[in-house]
Design a protein around this ligand. Structure first.
Ligand code: NAP
Length: 258
């Protein structure tokens, strides 16, 4: 077990998964801070969490949000198919929080999606957000969930896959309960075994495991210095990325972008 971080910022805290992450963070004893765009959007958030107002698309509004945090969990998401929004929100939130942190190390858990390595407008920006996290030099866990809440009641055995090989674009790719996504994201923060992991998250028939350490520990870690997941198929060559993305990666540090 790694040192348990104290204060956790949840980005996308008002979302269908983000709300559950806030509750799970509180349940696990973290000082949980929810980033919201306005206090009117914060209804139904766990009252034991604190709230901070900021606009995840603008780094200059995030100083208060990142002040003193030990970890950040990203669950934000834009409407599927809107590439401009995906750049501003899915990718922008990661870029802007890292910028606001200004190099201060934090533990990161990032939620993207199963099938994220399949090229296409919205997914490309999620995949690029993964690259920013790997390039940042922080300890991290990248979680690519299957289809939310399509699982049966007895389908709760947490199953982690690598290589992102399921590309049907339907629940046939895998299913997972939202509350289990929240648990995996929060559990990863205090786990050395979960550091430098990229995995797809689905559920198979059976009960949920009490301890995820052996589940994390069975996976391969991403190579140090790589911007891609350990078993991902080559695609989206870094030198073919838009110039602004290459500049963002270059600004973060010394990584192998091949
Ligand atoms: N549905 C699935 O089966 C599935 C499977 C895998 C992955 N995913 C991915 O999971 C992601 C999140 O899903 P979800 O159901 O939790 O989404 P959601 O309920 O729509 O929540 C999205 C979150 O992002 C925030 N957000 C969106 N646009 C914003 C903007 N312009 N500025 C500031 N904040 C913004 C929302 O804030 P506000 O409340 O202020 O709008 C909210 O907190 C999606 O990107 C989706 O692609 C979904």
């Amino acid at each position: 077990m790694a040192h348990k971080p104290g204060t956790v910022l949840v980005v996308g805290a008002t979302g269908s998964v983000g709300r559950l992450v806030v509750t799970e963070g509180v349940r696990q004893g973290y000082e949980t801070r929810a980033l919201v765009r306005g206090s009117s959007r914060a209804g139904r958030l766990d009252t034991a969490a604190s709230m901070v107002v900021g606009e995840l698309t603008r780094a200059q509004t995030l100083a208060e949000a990142v002040a003193g945090i030990d970890a950040v969990i990203f669950t934000q998401g834009s409407s599927y198919g809107d590439a401009a929004a995906a750049e501003a929100v899915d990718y922008g939130a990661v870029k802007n929080v890292l910028q606001a942190l200004n190099g201060r190390p934090v533990r990161i858990a990032l939620m993207t999606a199963i099938g994220v390595t399949r090229r296409g407008g919205t997914h490309d920006w999620k995949r690029r957000s993964e690259r920013l996290v790997r390039a940042s030099g922080n300890a991290y866990t990248i979680v690519r969930p299957g289809w939310f809440d399509y699982n049966d009641e007895n389908q709760l055995a947490i199953t982690l896959l690598q290589g992102d090989t399921r590309h049907a674009g339907s629940p046939a790719d895998g299913v997972i309960a939202r509350h289990q996504i929240a648990r995996v994201l929060v559990d990863s923060l205090a786990s050395d075994a979960a550091d430098r992991l990229t995995f797809e998250l689905v559920a198979e028939r059976g009960p949920a495991q009490e301890d995820l350490e052996p589940v994390f520990g069975a996976l391969d870690k991403d190579p140090r210095g790589s911007v891609d997941g350990v078993r991902d198929q080559p695609n989206m060559p870094a030198d073919a990325e838009p110039a602004r993305v290459r500049a963002d990666l270059d600004a973060l540090g010394d990584t192998d972008q091949a």
